[in-house]
Design a protein around this ligand. Structure first.
Ligand SMILES: *Cc1c(COP(=O)(O)O)cnc(C)c1O
Length: 341
């Protein structure tokens, strides 16, 4: 026996992928299951020239009962369509998306890890493949699902994040593509994240692009704060990505009767609440890391700071509730899981 490897996030790939193509003339071809292999593209493909591409992030879990659960597939299918239409790619019909993700999990079932915190991460991807340099939507597209057995997203675990408030760059702007899961948004975000890391932070807090006063997201996650007895998250405004995990947290909080508000949240409110002792905890939500507790927000290195308790009551409860559903330790009362055979 070799010693068990630390899976990390996105380093390893399952052997099989599901794929299909679309053309304007003929629509969607049948799904195919193939070995994972490089893709041949025309150098003028719209994905390469104009970033006409979107993706999804989902997980499947091997439960303690031996069953495999695919999480929130309906939500991801709907969001994938919304993202596609925003960048003028063909919407993948819901039944094709659901079958492709189900088949990707089923065909790679031997590579689904089973330890706590581990899962099979799915990356459905849609891109324009037509070789044409004129600027208009591609008349050809490719849709595929690849899978990666993953462990924890952050090497240091799901807590203690130090976050730099980003006051120069913007991830997305109103009227842009921030609420689509588009690859181009990530290109826009890399520089600020690298800058923050070089200053000793884990990620940035994204602010609105016009004034940098209103909080949008934290890194590639949605953000929640507990102020007094109320849980607050920025309202979806068109440039914030509508996270599946965000909706899980909102639904669980409402189900538990905890007061929750979706509304604009300014950085001034957060620093003031911290100074008044009202800021009890903060956490990011996303498929990759589930719930990540934030320990510090800083305006700049050595600048105004809010330091808060790590792994607060709500973050801990949300993480437990979601993981218990994902690993089948508790009833799936919200109907979030699909059993994969
Ligand atoms: C994917 C993503 C999230 C989290 O969404 P989940 O569906 O919860 O994984 C948040 N923000 C951005 C920018 C994202 O791309």
């Amino acid at each position: 026996m070799t010693t068990k490897k630390n899976l990390g996030f996105g380093k390893y790939f399952s052997p099989r992928m599901v794929q299909t193509t679309w053309t304007l003339a003929k629509g969607w071809a049948p799904l195919e299951i193939t070995d994972v292999a490089p893709i041949a593209l025309h150098p003028a493909a719209s994905v390469l020239q104009y970033s006409q591409t979107i993706f999804e992030g989902m997980k499947a879990f091997r439960g303690e009962d031996g069953k495999i659960r695919l999480f929130r597939a309906d939500f991801n299918a709907a969001r994938f369509q919304k993202s596609a239409s925003r960048v003028c790619l063909p919407e993948v019909p819901k039944d094709i998306f659901l079958k492709a993700t189900y088949d990707a999990v089923s065909t790679n079932r031997d590579s689904i890890p089973s330890d706590e915190g581990e899962a099979l991460y799915l990356r459905p991807t849609l891109m324009g493949t037509e070789g044409f340099l004129g600027v208009r939507p591609s008349h050809e597209a490719m849709f595929f699902v690849i899978c990666s057995p993953v462990g924890n997203y952050y090497e240091k675990g799901q807590s203690g994040l130090k976050i730099l408030v980003e006051t120069e760059d913007s991830r997305a702007a109103l009227g842009g593509i921030g609420d689509a899961k588009a690859g181009a948004n990530y290109a826009a975000s890399l520089r600020a994240a690298e800058r923050a890391k070089s200053k000793g932070f884990d990620q940035v807090l994204w602010m609105d692009s016009a004034t940098h006063q209103w909080i949008e997201e934290v890194g590639t996650m949605n953000i929640f704060f507990r102020i007094g007895d109320t849980v607050v998250t920025p309202a979806l405004n068109g440039s914030i990505l509508n996270g599946a995990t965000r909706t899980c947290v909102l639904e669980i909080l409402r189900d538990k009767g905890i007061r929750v508000e979706e509304r604009p949240v300014s950085i001034e409110e957060i620093f003031t609440a911290s100074e008044n002792g009202q800021l009890k905890e903060a956490f990011g939500t996303g498929t990759a890391a589930v719930i990540s507790s934030v320990q510090e927000f800083a305006l700049s290195s050595g600048g105004r700071r809010a330091v808060l308790p790590d792994n607060g009551e709500i973050a801990t409860a949300m993480r437990k509730t979601i993981l218990d559903i994902q690993y089948g330790r508790t009833a799936d009362k919200f109907g979030w899981c699909t059993i994969v055979n």
